[in-house]
Design a protein around this ligand. Structure first.
Ligand code: ASP
Length: 455
């Protein structure tokens, strides 16, 4: 097993060490040949001779060598191991590489993205991408630490499920056992997390994958994304907002990412529209942008409903939300619909909506009323949401939650322009998977088994 990472060699001066990694570069000075050996922590210079002649960049090697302090004037301040070099004693090639199809020792922005995604497994060898992956891992670790300290349970919810409305198209999966019937991939765990509250869990979270078949956009990740999905019982709007704000402040302090304003400023929807012309806005100055400051804000008091093209009503954010308490009577009586405000809160960062949530309707009549206002017939309500209305009838506690988007938060904190830079294996902007060729055709027998005919 590998026991030493490249960056740790600076603590091993005058010791013989064993190293594993890739040949990052080679400089052949005839008698002396230098290589830079790379692993996920960085590179170190190794001095050798004849044994290095046949090496190519990206060969995988093992070597044994003596760590030597470099003379003062040969120290390379640009790399972490610049004060040392390794004098090779033994070397073995573990795997000779074929010529690689894209450079991995640049930042990669100059390379066509389709090529980078086709070879994502090489693309993530570049230090910038490794850094993003490592930050993602740390970020999720810090989320877990914080929430466990607040008595949350981490619980998984189904992926093969029934449609839950979040305003996008569903991905659907055909059933073999019941031909002609389909599962839907969850647009969010919304209904399951509420059912966990009915189940008395009280504090739930999940690093949840969500699936939405939205039209591809250049700066978006198509198809799936990851959110911190969270739900709590016996809370009011400010409680959920305070919890998430406290979590973000804690995590960003640990990551040494400055936050512009604490506590986060709160705007009503009307104030935001008046001041910024939108419900998401960038509060950073030019200076803030340069030093990586993150500018968070909350937006609250959104209208619950908006008119549809055919003159009916639909929800603006989330049909499972409760209205603000003072609008409950109007919701139940289906009066003054356009002025009903929802308990929804959106979190904004650097001009993006990075998450949203609400206090939910925890009584059957409240939820039913939302669907009635949206013009669903009793049969439709029963078919699509009967299980939720029934569950709320069995002593559902008051509850609410939120779901910050992890991909978007990481994009903001890294200063990357594109969500795909912080997702390990994203789809292309055209909706093809990285490396593997999905979506792809399936064999006729498979379709037959599923009772499906392609039109
Ligand atoms: N389900 C919502 C979403 O995915 C978040 C929430 O209200 O908790 O956007």
């Amino acid at each position: 097993m590998k026991n030493l990472f490249v960056e740790q060699t600076i603590n091993k001066i005058d010791e013989t060490v064993e190293l594993y990694g890739w040949v990052d570069s080679k400089r052949d000075h005839k008698k002396i040949v230098f290589i830079d050996l790379r692993d996920r922590t960085g590179t170190v210079q190794v001095v050798g001779g004849e044994e290095f002649k046949a090496l190519s960049e990206e060969d995988v090697i093992w070597l044994k060598g003596l760590v030597k302090k470099r003379p003062e004037k040969l120290v390379n301040p640009k790399i972490k191991t610049g004060a040392v070099e390794i004098e090779v004693k033994e070397m073995r090639v573990l795997n000779k590489t074929n010529p690689i199809p894209l450079p991995v020792n640049t930042d990669g922005y100059e390379i066509d993205e389709e090529v980078r995604l086709r070879y994502r497994y090489l693309d993530i060898r570049r230090p910038r991408m490794y850094k993003n992956l490592a930050l993602r891992s740390k970020f999720i670790d810090l989320i877990r630490q914080y929430l466990f300290s607040k008595e949350f349970l981490e619980i998984e919810t189904p992926i093969l499920s029934e449609t839950t409305p979040e305003g996008a198209r569903d991905f659907i999966v055909p059933s073999r056992l019941q031909p002609g019937k389909f599962y839907a991939l969850p647009q969010s765990p919304q209904q399951y997390k509420q059912l966990l509250m009915v189940g008395g869990v009280e504090r739930y979270f999940q690093i949840a994958r969500c699936f939405r078949d939205e039209d591809p956009r250049a700066d978006r990740a198509y198809g799936e994304f990851t959110q911190l999905d969270l739900e709590m019982s016996f809370v009011e709007r400010e409680d959920v907002m305070n919890l998430i704000e406290g979590m973000i402040i804690d995590i960003y302090e640990k990551l040494k990412a400055p936050i512009k304003q604490k506590p986060f400023p709160v705007f009503t929807y009307n104030e935001a529209i008046k001041k910024y012309g939108a419900d998401k806005f960038d509060l950073r100055s030019g200076e803030d942008k340069k030093n990586g400051t993150q500018a968070f804000a909350w937006v609250i008091d959104f209208p619950f409903f908006e008119k549809t093209v055919d003159g009916g009503w639909t929800f603006t954010h989330n049909p499972f939300s409760a209205p603000l308490p003072e609008f409950m009577d109007d919701l139940l009586n289906k009066k003054n619909i356009s002025s009903i405000l929802t308990s929804q809160y959106d979190l904004v960062c650097n001009g993006y909506e990075v998450g949203g949530g609400s206090i939910r309707n925890h009584t059957p009549k409240g939820l039913k009323s939302v669907f009635e206002i949206m013009g669903l017939t009793p049969d439709e309500i029963d078919l699509k949401f009967g299980h939720m209305i029934e569950a709320l009838g069995y002593g559902a506690p008051p509850h609410g939650g939120i779901a910050p988007g992890i991909d978007r938060l990481l994009t903001c904190i890294t200063g990357e322009k594109n969500l795909r830079e912080v997702i390990p294996m994203p789809m292309t902007s055209g909706g093809r998977t990285a490396i593997m060729k999905a979506p792809s055709a399936v064999k006729e027998e498979k379709l037959k088994e599923l009772g499906i005919k392609i039109r």
